[in-house]
Design a protein around this ligand. Structure first.
Ligand code: KG4
Ligand code: ZN
Length: 370
């Protein structure tokens, strides 16, 4: 490693891709991260509308971002001039919300003569666990499960992301949110649904596991892919049937449990399949759904059975936050790659370094049954 690679660096991260306004100061000493501050302001107003309203999100970022950044710098006891770079989420997300962060970051960088780096939000989620677990580094299998994305990746090294599977329809978090709504729970519904499912009986409502069959072969297009919309419809039918019988209050928790069991079973099986096929000893979770304790427990049990290590992010790092953006920014800063200062915000953009896995590679050590 060169001196530049091992030099202690300090990055200010900015995240405004959805409904969290966040800023953080993160240091990296060449081998481990240290979070000096992390401020997250969640825009609770969206709960009134049952989902994120883009225009409101942008306006709230505009008001909240300057004090949030100031608070992050104060808490880290540093000024912007003490930072080596500013890392700002520029994609994917709500474009108006992203623009607030991008322009604020650029203006700040310009006034303090500090370089500004664009960071892909999903690369940020991949770095989140490494902030607190120095062993959560490549090579690993990653499962990213958030409100907007569901990806299964092989990560041989930072910056190289092989896409193995993704959802064909709803993201996992989106499915939790929609099913929660069907069950009369508030938005965002992931956490309340998990709490309700805790009191439900397993197996009372057994929903079929989406895109999961014993006969699946590694060469099948759906071997690693996921899908949640059929499951959502199955839940809707169960809710209607229970309502028709006047038993919905008695069945709600059992239906929630049945839904969660089906989602978890699918996520765990496909993740362990991927780790086995690629001969990985580590599994890293990311995204808001990674907060789900039942998912963490089920994944841990399956990983231990295969002598694999599981790394899960702490809740504040699993959901959207600027520390993960700063961490990914530290990696990008160290690569020394040139940044186009005219970079802008994008609603969607591929993760830098992401490629589709070769189907033949998948079959190398893949198991054909669950
Ligand atoms: O990563 P995140 O903060 O935002 C996106 O980038 O989308 O994820 C938010 C998602 C929401 O859909 C929320 O319902 C879900 O994560 N979530 C959970 C849990 N906590 C948050 N889903 C299941 N169980 C949880 N405990
Ligand atoms: Zn996210």
């Amino acid at each position: 490693m060169t001196t530049a690679e091992t030099r202690h660096i300090r990055i200010l991260g900015i995240e405004t891709s959805c409904d969290e306004t966040s800023a953080a100061v993160v240091e990296h000493n060449g081998s481990a991260f240290s979070i000096k501050s992390l401020v997250i302001l969640s825009q609770d107003v969206h709960a009134l509308f049952g989902g994120v309203v883009p225009e409101i999100a942008s306006r709230q970022h505009l008001t909240a971002l300057p004090p949030v950044v100031r608070a992050a710098l104060n808490e880290a006891r540093c000024s912007i001039g003490d930072c080596d770079a500013i890392a700002v989420t520029h994609a994917p997300g709500l474009v108006g919300a992203l623009l607030v962060g991008v322009h604020f970051g650029k203006a700040l960088g310009l006034t303090a003569n500090v370089p500004v780096l664009p960071v892909h939000h999903l690369e940020g989620h991949l770095f989140a666990t490494a902030l607190e677990h120095s062993d959560a580094v490549p090579p690993f299998t990653a499962l990213l499960v958030s409100g907007g994305h569901t990806l299964l990746l092989d990560v041989p090294e930072w910056g190289v992301y092989e896409l193995l599977g993704r959802t064909r329809d709803d993201a996992a978090g989106e499915a939790f949110d929609k099913v929660a709504k069907l069950l009369g729970l508030p938005y965002p519904g992931g956490r309340p649904l998990e709490e309700l499912a805790r009191t439900g009986e397993s197996g009372r409502h057994r929903f079929s596991r989406p895109m999961l069959r014993r006969s699946q072969q590694p060469s099948d297009a759906d071997y690693y892919d996921l899908s949640f919309s059929g499951l959502k419809t199955a839940v809707l039918l169960a809710v209607r049937a229970a309502e028709g019988e006047g038993r919905i209050d008695a069945e709600r928790a059992h239906i929630a449990r049945g839904f969660q069991d089906a989602v978890l079973d699918t996520l765990v099986t496909k993740t362990v399949r991927a780790a086995t096929a690629y001969n990985r000893q580590r599994i890293v979770l990311g995204g808001g759904v990674a907060c789900n304790q039942a998912l963490q427990q089920a994944m841990l049990a399956a990983a231990q059975q295969e002598q694999m290590q599981l790394y899960s992010p702490a809740p504040r790092l699993a959901t959207d936050n600027a520390a993960m953006i700063a961490a990914a920014g530290a990696f990008r800063f160290r690569t020394g790659e040139l940044v186009d200062p005219g970079f802008s915000a994008h609603a969607s953009l591929p993760v830098p370094g992401m490629r589709n896995a070769e189907p033949s590679r998948k079959s190398s050590r893949a198991t054909t049954s669950r």
